[in-house]
Design a protein around this ligand. Structure first.
Ligand SMILES: CSC[C@H]1O[C@@H](n2cnc3c(O)ncnc32)[C@H](O)[C@@H]1O
Ligand SMILES: [Zn+2]
Length: 436
């Protein structure tokens, strides 16, 4: 008799690839943390398994991939709303980070973020924040898949004194995560307006040598572009191109200010885009031309950005916003249809992170990174089209289960690897310390 570690029997199985696929009454057969087979449920019933998950009202889909966040900023959620980017950053966020963002702040903020992300169906995230060693520690504690940003910025912070130390400490973090199959690193120079040429050239050198990739805020606002043209006579994109930063290992975050030529170059260089619609809306940063990027063949994933410019880490809600916004921006309601939006929030993000061979869709051989969404609630009934319900109706509170590499992180909405009560208590302590 065949055996398995876990059998999953959902009402619907959403594989994400081939695009739009929904399998009714099929089962996931999981062995050693991977999807061994996808079988008709009746066939799978003959397999002896250590754990059997009956999900009669649920859609099972790949775990969501948050392609850009500053996880620990959960502790700054709501301290500075209703402001444009540079005022928000320079006069509110950076002073608060300067005063409070030490390693314990990052550990506690990350734990709060992982609670929120797991509950909302995110199984993988791409982080860019101070103390990346803390990101690695907490991601490992939580069981989530994570890409840790080895940050680089011209000015000193609690993490490092300047570009040489950011690089040195980043390389130490890179070495420290080698043994964990769920963790990777990416160089994360903050933005064109905060990182000068020399450190960017160092980042390109090491990213190429180590095969880690680069993750950077690019063309977030018209002001950023105008400031660069005034100061250096060229748009940030042009500067990054001349520094040879752009390539298939480059993740450009935001990208709301693009010419048709820059879109064509993004496709030509294989640059990936991390689209953060709710942050762009909330900071009035602009609208990424997602329809044009997709039409040009650019890979786009979805990020929440930090919780202080969103203000949640709800990727299911974010993909809905992305789908609705893309239609309005393009003037075509067919833009970013439900299957494409779900793809963007899973396999698109995984591809940008270079882990699409491991996660982002449900297929034999891939890691068993999946979530279950209970569609029996009034808000998602009746079910004519599962992908429509997931993209346009389901709320993150309908996510009931989360698994990464076949390990349960949440069952029936109970977190299994994180002490949520203690994490929430720490958040209260930080509130008392930070409140203005
Ligand atoms: C170098 S650690 C990350 C750094 O980025 C800041 N940040 C958060 N959100 C944004 C954004 O949308 N654009 C630019 N920078 C952002 C965060 O507060 C940290 O200082
Ligand atoms: Zn950001």
């Amino acid at each position: 008799m065949q055996t398995a570690d876990l059998l999953v029997f959902p009402r619907w199985l959403v594989t994400v690839e081939p695009s739009g696929t929904v399998l009714e009454r099929h089962a996931l057969v999981i062995r050693d943390g991977r999807i061994a087979q996808i079988l008709p449920a009746a066939e799978a019933r003959g397999i002896a398994a250590t754990e059997v998950l009956e999900l009669p009202r649920h859609a099972v889909m790949p775990g969501l991939v948050n392609l850009h966040t500053h996880s620990a900023m959960t502790l700054l959620r709501g301290i500075a709303d209703d402001l444009p980017l540079m005022d928000w950053l320079q006069n509110h966020i950076w002073p608060a980070e300067g005063a409070h963002a030490n390693r314990q702040f990052c550990v506690d903020g990350l734990r709060l973020a992982c609670c929120e992300m797991i509950r909302g169906g995110t199984t993988a995230f791409n982080d860019m924040y101070f103390f990346p060693d803390a990101s690695a520690q907490v991601a490992a504690e939580s069981g989530m898949r994570a890409t840790i940003g080895l940050i680089m910025i011209d000015f000193p912070t609690a993490w490092a004194s300047g570009p040489d130390e950011y690089l040195h400490k980043g390389l130490e973090v890179h070495d420290s995560v080698r043994g964990n199959p769920l963790l990777r690193t990416v160089f994360a120079p903050h933005a064109p307006y905060t990182v000068s040429d020399k450190p960017l050239l160092e980042v390109r050198k090491y990213a190429t040598e180590l095969g880690t990739g680069i993750h950077m805020h690019v063309h977030e606002t018209a002001g950023e572009v105008e400031m660069a043209v005034q100061a250096g006579g060229k748009r940030p994109w042009q500067r990054l191109k001349e520094l040879e930063l752009l390539g298939p290992d480059f993740i450009a975050v935001h990208m709301t200010q693009l010419s048709d030529q820059e879109i064509a170059e993004a496709a030509e260089f294989g640059v990936h885009v991390a689209h953060c619609p709710e942050s762009n809306l909330k900071l009035a940063s602009g609208f990424a031309p997602v329809g044009k990027l997709l039409a040009a063949g650019v890979n786009v994933g979805i990020g929440t950005d930090g919780a202080a410019s969103n203000n949640d880490l709800d990727l299911l809600g974010e993909l809905r916003t992305a789908a609705l916004l893309a239609k309005a921006v393009s003037g075509d309601a067919r833009t970013l249809a439900a299957p494409q939006a779900l793809h963007m929030a899973t396999l698109g993000g995984a591809r940008a992170l270079g882990i699409d061979g491991i996660t982002g869709s449900l297929a034999p051989g891939k890691s068993a990174d999946f979530i279950a969404v209970d569609l029996s609630a009034a808000a998602t009934q009746p079910v004519y089209n599962v992908l429509s319900q997931l993209a346009y109706a389901a709320g993150r509170d309908q996510v009931t289960h989360s698994y990464v590499a076949g390990r349960a992180l949440m069952r029936e909405r109970q977190l299994l690897a994180l002490d949520e009560a203690a994490i929430l208590a720490r958040a209260q302590e930080w509130r008392e310390k930070i409140k203005p």
